[in-house]
Design a protein around this ligand. Sequence first.
Ligand code: CP
Length: 362
Amino acid sequence: MPEWFVPASTESRGPLARRPEAVGSRAAIGSAKCAPRPRRTIAPNMRHLLGLQLLPATDLRELLSRTQRAKAGPAASDPLASRPLAGRLVANLFFEDSTRTRNSFTAAAYALGAQVIDLLGSSSSVNKGETLIDTARNVEAMGVAAMCVRAKQSGSAAMIAKGSGCPVINAGDGKHEHPTQGLLDLFTIAESFDRLGSFDLSGLRVGIVGDVASSRVARSAIAGLLTLGATVTVVGPPGLVPGGLASAASHDLDEVLPTLDAVMMLRIQFERHSDAPPPQGAAVSRGSSIASVREFRSFYALTAEREARMKPHAIIMHPGPINRGIELDADVADGPRSVILRQVSNGVFARTAALAWCCEAH
Ligand code: CP
């Protein structure tokens, strides 16, 4: 039995400690046959992070402020410096592919002193018919401090959180929300325009360009940007820009681009347009909302020529993965305006802040 699986005594683990019987102790594990089953304890004051749309402005600013402290390196007096999840387990439950989010949650958990359980949907018992909720409840029964959940079904993180006795962080659920991506995006904008500390983004105009309809990144970003006072315009072809997103909409990138301070490019999420993948050699999938990739590119790609018409200080963002040569040219993605890899770095700090915030007693 690895040493880290066995929790330290509650006395030595401070305010984050859960009751030992809820986590499992060496004695309880060793005598599983006759010991009573561990009780699921619902922490009365735990926090989930399921989205930015309903998150109060004070909580959003607190999370951004913690992201800033995590990036600066916490002061000795900061709770982050004491590795508040030392001796605890954090579970990544990823039922959908990920490079950035899953690995940065892992890095964040390590930064907080935790060990990580990494469950991938592709190799889990979901493939034998187990539900997401049963899967989550089984992982929770192993004594985890928090679960970071990604799934293709919108609302899945909230569904798991409903019956959960530990904090759940939405790591991206279908077309709904991706709140920690929203945090890192907001933080990167604030950092780029010298708004750290206040996190007041008023006076800044942000364009979100491309497949907005399929984008959980856009939904979280719009909610957070509006809370912090920015102006948001979503841009794309009619089939990819839905109404009702609480932001202005345009179908003309060339008109909007010179007015923007930050441009967030989105990939076309073909996997969310249709159940069927694009047939071999086809321009788009059968259920796609655009006529052709070539046409999309001619109107909405951020090319070097378009980049030249941006404001001198404007930044270029992308949540990744990038489809180079479709929504974004390689030279632009790697150019001096691009903050794309800075977004990725900031993702570790945003997730460190989110995990600590969700797990701490309050
Ligand atoms: N931005 C983002 O969610 O990337 P991954 O799918 O690689 O996690």
